[in-house]
Design a protein around this ligand. Sequence first.
Ligand SMILES: NC(=O)C1=CN([C@@H]2O[C@H](COP(=O)(O)OP(=O)(O)OC[C@H]3O[C@@H](n4cnc5c(N)ncnc54)[C@H](OP(=O)(O)O)[C@@H]3O)[C@@H](O)[C@H]2O)C=CC1
Ligand SMILES: CC(=O)C(=O)O
Ligand SMILES: [Mg+2]
Length: 417
Amino acid sequence: MTDSLRQAALDYHALPTPGKLSVELTTPAETQEDLSLAYSPGVAEPVREIAKDPEAAYRYTGKGNLVAVISNGTAILGLGNLGPLASKPVMEGKSLLFKRFADINSVDIEVEAPSPERFIETVAAIANTFGGINLEDIKAPECFQIEEALIQRCSVPIFHDDQHGTAIVTVAGMLNALEIQGKNIEDARIVCLGAGAAATACCKLLLCAGAKKEQITMLDSRGVIHSGRSDINAYKGEWARDTEMRTLDDAIEGADVFLGVSGPDLLSADQLAHMADKPVVFACSNPNPEIAPELAHATRDDLIMATGRSDYPNQVNNVLCFPFIFRGALDVRATSINEHMKLAAIEAIRKLAREEVPEEVRAGYGGVEMAFGPSYILPKPTDPRLLPEVAAAVAKAAVDSGAARLPYPEHYPLKPL
Ligand SMILES: NC(=O)C1=CN([C@@H]2O[C@H](COP(=O)(O)OP(=O)(O)OC[C@H]3O[C@@H](n4cnc5c(N)ncnc54)[C@H](OP(=O)(O)O)[C@@H]3O)[C@@H](O)[C@H]2O)C=CC1
Ligand SMILES: CC(=O)C(=O)O
Ligand SMILES: [Mg+2]
């Protein structure tokens, strides 16, 4: 990162007031009468209603439009385990995105928990105050245990964004990219660098989209995950292949797809050069991708290149999913975010990339041309159609699959914000 971008990023977070969020009132609080309603004695009435019927919380409080973004800071972007407090700018950022893109109120919560059990206890104890919980930047394998336990214990949707948000956007982008390259997902040889939260969920959803397990080679920091390894947990074990391949050099030879969800600068130009013709390279590590786009494009001109960043074409980032999937889930009061809802989100995101791009979106990206093709495989997060399209698809899937507690909303499709 250049010095000027670094300083601009620090200034952005410090000014005009520290941080990126504030709380605003939705009701008047000026007069004696206002205060008698907002606080004592009036506030006692909704208290009594909620005590009689917990569902009344959706009528008398902000619960139904409130999502907590919760982290323990163990896998902050690709920066590693830097602790809960250091994760706060990212969590505030996710809350900003919830509000900006889906008008969902969101607070960030960073939990100092010495064990997964303590984290689970903490989140389970507060979950019911929110309409949903977005877990963020929790490393594998603990993230799997944490999410599973919270889904069991909580009555509101629990969604580990680094797993499912990332997987939804990755699959949407991958299907489009492979189509542009003239390839089928069923035949694609896929190398996934990283075997953590994002990698595991992406590869599972790629299988749902038609990828073949025997065509996926997953690597962790010690190399290829193969059946001879005794140092892998059960989650990684699911991806173990009977193979002679041991290193990224071995795995990348002739591969159609490189999916990077690991760390910075781990794919070399030489390795990229050994991929098949017309490869797809998703270097999704943030903030620094597995290979810099400049180096990738200098190495070969037949690839489709994507990163997790906003400042390059083809941003493969869960921001394209989590605000909108939660919007749909909250609006039908879904109890969970299930596979049907995820698949519906994939299709909605994927289809939008084929539509003509609104002028206002292009203007926000320096006026560059955007049309379905190698440099435009996914819509931009600022595309105002994402909200109505994805939320509607997700809400419908929730209703159809039995996850919804309310009918499909009469006010849908939503108007763009
Ligand atoms: N663009 C996007 O939307 C998203 C991008 N990401 C990015 O994906 C990355 C991983 O995040 P997440 O899954 O949450 O984190 P996890 O901590 O759960 O997983 C990290 C994985 O990366 C592996 N890894 C680390 N260094 C290397 C290496 N040198 N070679 C191969 N593998 C390596 C780890 O290996 P080991 O198991 O051996 O420790 C681990 O399997 C981050 O960079 C993050 O920014 C994540 C979510 C969304
Ligand atoms: C984008 C994101 O969630 C991550 O890099 O962790
Ligand atoms: Mg994350």
